[in-house]
Design a protein around this ligand. Structure first.
Ligand code: SF4
Ligand code: SF4
Length: 426
């Protein structure tokens, strides 16, 4: 690493980004990051790594992808937890989760998508139409999935602009659904092999399974430490760790998260907190919070609470379950990958009772005083599922606050008032 600031504009120009708009986006995200993260006190030292990664989010990491591709490597972009990173790595490609956590180019987006589409989908399309996302432009292939209707249809539009493979995801979890899902993964392997010109072998898949499981294990350790009172790390910093996990280099990220976990375990043993001892502890469940969506965590923690867990795709659903590591043949490994990924509890499944069990279990394990049930506006799946999730949380004697919002700052004042009242009531 050099101390000299590097000018990445030539690389961004080579990628075809809209440079003035991209500069504006970087300035806005950099400003938000400074105001949200750097104003926190008593942060673990290990967060220095994530601060650095974020300061180079469109710089050094993009250069790594750029150099990898120049040397013949392939980059695959994903939008959902159901896309197995193990298969991408086993085919010799690198996986990056594409951010969709900020409003961008909505005027253009609303030319092709209805206004009442969820913010995540609008952002996903807006970053492409606005030419401001270098990860998208580095992606040789995007992988979509048939999760919700909005995403499914939005992928048809994205597919007009970029090389796209769509995985068909079943919406139930019966044996026949698992068999179908496995067959979809076999097709994905063929697409990836064609893209990279490399075969997925038992050896390469075994290594990839272990590497991605190790990343999950490191995040499990970071998140388990949050059960301590005082919480040794803020919810904002923990959320950031999972957001970065989607696109950082896998072995390096794992090593840095294990170092962070060492520090957090020591802080927990010594009673050192990022939040005050006795601060009201909140578990958040719901739709994912893609980078740079930090709105809800910031509001809770600015109001004096602390977020101790996230039952969501940018949370426990990402790291809790592991792929079986004992398999030796490709067929057995594909069985294990299919089973692990179908076991994710997204609201696009029916029934989705596993999610309710997870919310109650996590609330107990992490000592939560209350639950915030978070949905992005116009997400029918999560908004409707709220009815049964919230009833189950109340039945478990935990207060619950339902919040439906988007990426704009318009409702921040009103949300702050509701969150403060909720924390006072806990
Ligand atoms: S909430 Fe569902 S659709 Fe969205 S990223 Fe998670 S698994 Fe995918
Ligand atoms: S938040 Fe809901 S509507 Fe939006 S992409 Fe996810 S599942 Fe679909």
């Amino acid at each position: 690493m050099s101390d000299q600031p590097v000018d990445y504009h030539p690389m961004w120009a080579e990628l075809g980004l809209d440079l003035p708009m991209h500069d504006a986006l970087l300035e806005a995200v950099g400003g938000m990051y400074g105001a949200t993260f750097m104003s926190q006190t008593n942060r673990p030292e290990g967060m220095g790594y994530l601060d650095f990664v974020m300061s180079e989010v469109h710089g050094l990491r993009i250069k790594e992808l750029h150099d990898f591709r120049k040397a013949g490597g392939k980059v695959v972009g994903t939008y959902c937890l159901y896309v197995p990173e193990e298969l991408i790595r086993a085919a010799g490609a690198w996986s990056v989760g594409i951010c969709a956590g900020a409003e961008w180019a909505y005027d253009e987006v609303e030319q092709i998508l209805p206004r009442n589409t969820c913010a995540l989908i609008k952002s996903m399309v807006g970053f492409k139409l606005g030419k401001v996302c270098p990860y998208l432009e580095e992606a040789d292939l995007l992988i979509g999935e048939t999760t919700c209707d909005g995403k499914k249809k939005a992928y048809e539009e994205l597919g007009k602009l970029q090389n796209l493979h769509v995985l068909e995801l079943p919406q139930m979890k019966r044996e026949k659904d698992l068999a179908f899902w496995r067959s979809e993964l076999v097709d994905l392997v063929a697409t990836l092999e064609e893209l990279t010109g490399k075969k997925v072998t038992a050896e390469s898949l075994k290594v990839a399974i272990k590497e991605v499981n190790d990343k999950r294990r490191a995040l499990q350790r970071v998140n388990a430490a949050r059960a301590a009172d005082p919480a040794p790390i803020s919810g904002l910093d923990s959320l950031l760790a999972v957001q970065v996990a989607f696109y950082d280099d896998v072995p390096r990220f794992t090593q840095m998260m294990n170092a962070l976990a060492d520090e957090l375990e020591k802080r927990a043993a010594d009673g050192v907190g990022a939040a005050a001892k006795g601060a009201k502890r909140v578990l958040i469940t719901g739709t994912p919070m893609a980078l740079p969506n930090w709105k809800l965590h910031e509001l809770v923690e600015k109001a004096g609470g602390v977020v101790v867990g996230e039952e969501m795709c940018t949370g426990s659903r990402y790291y809790e379950k592991l792929v079986d590591e004992d398999a030796t043949t490709i067929d057995e490994m594909l069985d294990g990958i299919a089973a692990k990924y179908l076991d994710i509890n997204c609201a696009c499944f029916t029934p989705n009772e596993g999610r309710i069990d997870d919310v109650i279990r996590m609330a107990k394990e992490l000592g939560a005083d209350g639950v915030i049930d978070y949905s992005l506006q116009f997400c029918g799946l999560y908004e409707i599922e709220s009815t049964s999730v919230d009833a189950a949380v109340r039945e478990a004697d935990l207060p619950v606050l339902k919040i439906t919002t988007d990426y704009s700052a318009e409702d921040v004042g009103q949300l702050a008032t509701r969150i403060e009242a909720f924390l006072e009531m806990l």
